[in-house]
Ligand binder design. Structure first.
Ligand code: BGC
Length: 740
């Protein structure tokens, strides 16, 4: 370590004021010559001005420090401070705080610490409720901050309609770009309101885990803009999110993290995204190309954006202004989210309050798929209940990978290797459906069978009034599902769960199936069972939420945010594209479904799904009447308004999701699309006028198609037909309007 000149004896003879001044000037930056820090910027400066004020004081070393991960090559060994996925050390002399990165699609991920296991993001989308989604984001954001993290790696808005077997479907917000974008925006806004930089990922078209680092998605501009990218566009514009993560895969032959069209033209250009782009972990492939294409930060390593970038800037290969812009974007994000003023100091999370929100999200997001009238259960009329399978005695399943949360109270069970680290373990969250059911039916005999012996499970079902079979499908980053059946549970004791349900249902006609899974499923036994509840990964209080729904304390109101296809053969790509080795790019052809992704694909092909997008039953009934459509114009903003009378015609309070679909003029070739919705809670007999306004200038471009010739959104003149309903297939035409 070199001696600082002010350590000389003569310094000590100087006045204290002089000594302090010398210390500031001479010792502040170690051996590199640095500009002295200026006085703190006045509060009324914009985030841009504050960032600029810092940049003029920074050395090139300091700038480079901000544009790559600081975790070094052995980050997998959890050397990252605070246990997250990544870290950028702060710059003390300029009061720039450390950045700590952790996943957060379904709660605080990366084994950072015990946190509230929220129901999966797909359950949040299934609530179709932006207010509920905001609460979800608040839990993620506030818990990240309490665990010392100030950058969230959540915001997965990839569209699982492209690959319903995708291992990360549980992290997504479903197959429709508008629903996904709006739900994600509510999450992201809430996270940033908790002083944590939120993020959108994986940008873009990262829909399968099979060969995810070499998958080369073939897609045309219109399909990308109208589907995959639209979800990101809405999420970004509606939330002011400050970071984006480019994905591992290639798009039309170029890695997403060095695809200038994607990062520079679309994200930063057309959408005016103000934040910074970080690479997915080890998804950076070059220095000059990536920097010039719009990548602002390499994560988590130093391979391309460390010394190599410094050299490229010093030799003029990458302009100094580009490096300054990278740093500017990162600092501006930090100021915009106010993390300079609100440090992520370690503190207790509000476990009880957050668990209550987790329960509420599950109660709003669980989807009742079938009910022959057996539900809700009437505890007084039941003397015996068989609860079978999926460790329902101790907990509920969660999804794996970087999104995995270590639940409050610790896992009820970990299958596989010891945990933490918990990256790819099968983790059961400690919320026992069995105990919650026992509480509801305290007068009945409620017995559990683990389902590993079909004979024993059937015997218990036969001897009981009602059988509730829990089936589960573990999903994780790093793998895709081989099929959409429940036969393949990755489990220490493998169980053919489809056969289990068939057997139990044959023994007891009052068989109810509760599904814990991340996305679409096939149900070969559907006709044999009395009821089916889609509980997704139900989270920290999943057991209570499930029991509340089964016994009618909560009326289910969730609606599917993705189609459940009837056959694997109906998928756009029945066989998942597979790489031949680990380095050679291989094609994944999205031109098959193009801009008809999700429900639009099934409709166009004439395939009847097992359950359509938007579908979900309740314990009450609703009537929609008197629907009226009128065109609206405010300045240049053309749109329409739909109003209708909604009445709860049943005997219990309940919520309906009124869904509005739109058909653009036939000349566009556009499929019918969801353009608006409202979730309305009504007491028995109550009526309400529901008004849904759809504006052409909304971030979702509801009246437009992407014109690849003019490279622009176009709302063509002609007739627009409006449909109203409560799923993508249960709709009726209610009016139309003309676009001049
Ligand atoms: C995942 C990202 C995640 C990152 C850090 C990657 O493997 O694809 O979603 O944010 O790891 O954990």
């Amino acid at each position: 370590m070199s001696l600082c000149p002010c350590a000389l004896r003569s310094c000590f003879l100087a006045t204290i004021g002089l000594l302090l001044a010398l210390l500031l000037v001479g010792c502040g930056g170690g051996s590199t010559a640095v500009a002295p820090p200026s006085s703190p910027p006045p509060q009324n400066l914009t985030a841009d001005q504050k960032a600029d004020n810092l940049i003029v004081q920074m050395t090139i070393d300091e700038k480079i420090q901000m544009v790559h991960g600081g975790a070094a090559l052995d980050w997998w060994n959890h050397v990252v401070p605070r246990g997250g996925a990544g870290w950028i050390p702060g710059i003390l002399r300029l009061n720039i705080p450390d950045l700590y990165f952790a996943d957060g699609s379904v709660g605080v991920g990366d084994s950072v610490g015990q946190a509230t296991a929220l129901p999966s993001s797909i359950a949040s989308a299934a609530s179709w409720d932006r207010g509920e989604a905001y609460k979800y984001g608040q839990v993620v954001g506030s818990e990240l901050r309490s665990l010392g993290v100030n950058v969230n790696l959540g915001g997965n808005v990839n569209l699982p309609g492209r690959e319903p077997r995708g291992g990360r479907t549980f992290e997504t917000k479903g197959e429709d770009p508008i629903l996904a974008g709006k739900i994600a925006a509510a999450h992201l806004q809430a996270i940033q309101d908790e002083y944590v930089i939120a993020g959108i990922k994986h940008f873009g078209m990262n829909d399968q885990e099979t060969g995810r680092t070499t998958a080369n998605v073939q897609i045309d501009e219109r399909a990308a803009r109208e589907c995959d990218l639209l979800a990101f566009e809405i999420a970004a514009k509606d939330s002011n999110v400050q970071s984006a993560m480019c994905s591992y895969n290639l798009v039309n032959g170029t890695y997403a993290c060095e695809l200038a069209w994607l990062l520079n033209s679309v994200l930063k250009g057309d959408w005016a995204f103000p934040g910074f782009v970080m690479s997915d972990w080890d998804a950076t492939h070059s220095t000059v190309t990536a920097a010039e294409s719009g990548l602002d930060q390499e994560q988590p390593e130093t391979i391309y954006f460390g010394a190599n970038l410094q050299q490229a800037v010093q030799s003029g290969q990458v302009p100094q202004t580009r490096l300054d812009n990278m740093v500017h974007r990162i600092l501006r994000a930090m100021f915009t989210v106010a993390i300079f003023d609100h440090s992520a100091t370690l503190q207790e999370i509000d476990a009880a309050g957050d668990a209550a929100i987790a329960q509420e999200v599950e109660e709003q997001g669980a989807v009742l798929l079938k009910n022959n009238g057996i539900l809700p259960l009437e505890s007084k009329k039941i003397t015996s209940i068989a609860v079978i399978g999926s460790h329902a005695d101790i907990g509920v399943l969660s999804g794996g990978g970087s999104a995995q949360v270590i639940p409050v109270g610790g896992p009820a069970l970990v299958e596989g290797q010891p945990c933490p680290p918990c990256w790819a373990k099968v983790i059961w969250v400690p919320s026992s459906p069995l105990q919650a059911i026992q509480k509801k039916a305290s007068g009945a005999s409620v017995k559990f069978d683990d389902g590993t012996s079909l004979a024993s499970a059937v015997a218990l079902a036969v001897a009981s009034d009602v059988a509730i079979v829990f089936v589960s499908q573990w999903e994780s980053e790093g793998m895709d599902l081989p099929n959409l059946n429940f036969t393949d549970l990755i489990h220490e004791t493998p169980v053919d769960q489809d056969a289990l349900v068939e057997g139990v249902a044959a023994g007891n006609p009052n068989t109810i199936v509760v599904m814990e899974n991340g996305g679409a499923q096939m149900m070969p036994w559907l006709d044999s069972v009395a009821a089916v509840l889609e509980a997704w990964y139900p989270g920290q209080r999943g057991g209570n939420a499930i029991a509340n729904i089964l016994f009618g304390d909560v009326n289910p109101s969730g609606k599917l945010p993705l189609t459940f296809p009837a056959h694997v053969a109906d998928l756009p790509r029945p066989v998942i594209a597979t790489p031949k080795d680990s380095i050679t790019p291989f094609p994944v052809d999205y031109t098959v479904d193009g801009y008809n992704t999700g429900y639009k694909w099934y409709e166009r092909q004439g395939f009847t799904p097992l359950f359509p997008f938007g579908f979900g039953l309740t314990y009450t009934t609703f009537a929609m009447s008197n629907a009226q459509v009128s065109a609206t114009t405010t300045g240049n903003n053309f749109g329409f308004q739909l109003s209708l009378q909604l009445q709860n015609t049943g005997r219990v309070p309940g919520a309906e999701v009124v869904q509005v679909y739109l058909e653009l003029p036939a000349s566009t070739g556009e499929p019918r699309r969801l353009v608006g919705w409202q979730k309305v809670l009504l007491t028995p007999g109550q009526q309400q006028v529901v008004t849904i306004q759809v504006n052409g200038n909304d971030s979702s471009h509801p009246l437009s198609y992407w014109d690849s010739n003019s490279h622009a959104w176009v709302a063509p003149p002609g007739t627009y037909n409006v449909y109203l309903g409560n799923s993508s297939t249960a709709v009726s035409a209610v009016g139309s309007f003309e676009m001049p």
